[in-house]
Design a protein around this ligand. Sequence first.
Ligand SMILES: Cc1cc2nc3c(=O)[nH]c(=O)nc-3n(C[C@H](O)[C@H](O)[C@H](O)COP(=O)(O)OP(=O)(O)OC[C@H]3O[C@@H](n4cnc5c(N)ncnc54)[C@H](O)[C@@H]3O)c2cc1C
Length: 473
Amino acid sequence: MKKDEYQAVIIGGGSGGYAAASKLADYGISTVVIDASEELGGLCILRGCMPSKALIESANLMRKMRDSNEFGIHVSDLKVSMDEVQDRKQRLIDGFKKYRVDQLQSGKFDLIRGKAVFTGDREVEVQSQEENRKIRFKYAIIATGSLPVIPKIDGLEDVDFWLSRDALQARELPEHLIIVGGGAIGCEMAHCFEGLGSKVTIMQRTGCLVSDLGGETSDVIRQVSQQRGIEVLCSTSPKSVRKSGDKVVVEYESEDGVSEVSGSHLLVATGREPATEGLGLGLAGVEKQGKRIEVNQLCQTSSSHIFAIGDVGNKNPVVHKAVIQGEEVARQIAIELGKLDGEFKSSLEVENELFGVFTHPECARAGMSNSEISKTEIETESARYDFADHGKAEILGETIGFVKLICEKRTGQILAAEAVGPEAINLIHEIQIAIHAKMSVMEFSKIPHYHPTLAEIWTYPAESLSGSLESGS
Ligand SMILES: Cc1cc2nc3c(=O)[nH]c(=O)nc-3n(C[C@H](O)[C@H](O)[C@H](O)COP(=O)(O)OP(=O)(O)OC[C@H]3O[C@@H](n4cnc5c(N)ncnc54)[C@H](O)[C@@H]3O)c2cc1C
């Protein structure tokens, strides 16, 4: 007989939902995941992190081969087969997807395919082609993810345009790709298609690319993009879009007035918004701000037994947050149900923020942002070191960019770091650990680093900061 009551109902079986379900089941809590998608797997695996990084790897290899003369390696007849690039990506994605689907169907918890809609604060209705079915719950976790934002631009609906999911499936290499949106996804796609051989124009509303990162990092990404021939149009707003023969023409406004750019393909990457429409949140007493579900530090909504995790509630929608939130909410529910001892404390604090963009070079930041620091009374010191002066980076031929450490002046405690350069996203994790361990630059400077490695670049700003703090200068 079909069950109609669970201790925990999870709406959405992506990264966040799966993490929560798996932990809840570990604690012996009766759990069901409801997922509406035709294809199970979630955004990260199917249309987000993993396919984009697989394509970017092909683009990075192409770029490396284009620059191989410097290493004394001469390659002729270099060409890209988009079919083979896509086939490699798809083999990888099929493997990741199979693993996740097996996990979702392992029987550790129940899985129901269908759209969940709240019909009360303790009940959801699952709507599918076969039936509509009511499920009662003690706790619910909303993990419905996000959807692409499609901006209102005159004529957009009359032309063929790509969203990121379409760009990730492209089996033709655009001759000239125009990207509207210079955030993380827009910039990653720009570097990906430029690397593979397309001409790229990127249009950004604000004055800098990847504005979630520091201004110095944005400057580097803009300079590198332009050096590679990517046309960067910052402080522009698209007015209209039209077809002209086999081209797409974007009319845009900037401080210089109204201009046009025409290309073979158009990618709209203007961000994503929480997927909350049609969820019946009002009947569950769950409040939103705009489309985003309002949550506290513990991911509790205005109905305290209903939680929201992942993109649906996060201002910085990234996978590790969705996963950690899922696991933490599960722990919290287990404590409330008496399955676990202890008091709940979230580890997701602003000090632990982590963000990266897989451009070439990569860029990343960890810890508090400049604006968060400026809201406090903390006095800071910072030091920067350029990859151009770093032996290992020179050996790799990857000398663009820098790392920067920010610490509290009084104690030397490391508060934040920025990196733009080779392997910046891997490199930032060392500082993430230091931040998490509340380490000072003096303590960090004593940790041996193997030579010659990219990682040892952190020792230079750390030594410079500990020297100046110890000498009181
Ligand atoms: C191109 C791209 C690249 C990215 N790259 C990175 C990266 O490099 N690193 C990183 O950290 N993040 C990256 N992200 C973001 C990352 O993919 C997301 O933050 C993450 O996947 C969100 O997970 P989630 O569990 O919140 O939602 P999802 O994985 O989207 O899962 C939501 C699930 O809920 C289901 N659902 C929705 N509504 C209902 C309903 N009413 N009933 C039942 N089911 C429902 C959906 O079908 C879906 O399966 C990228 C995103 C994109 C688009």
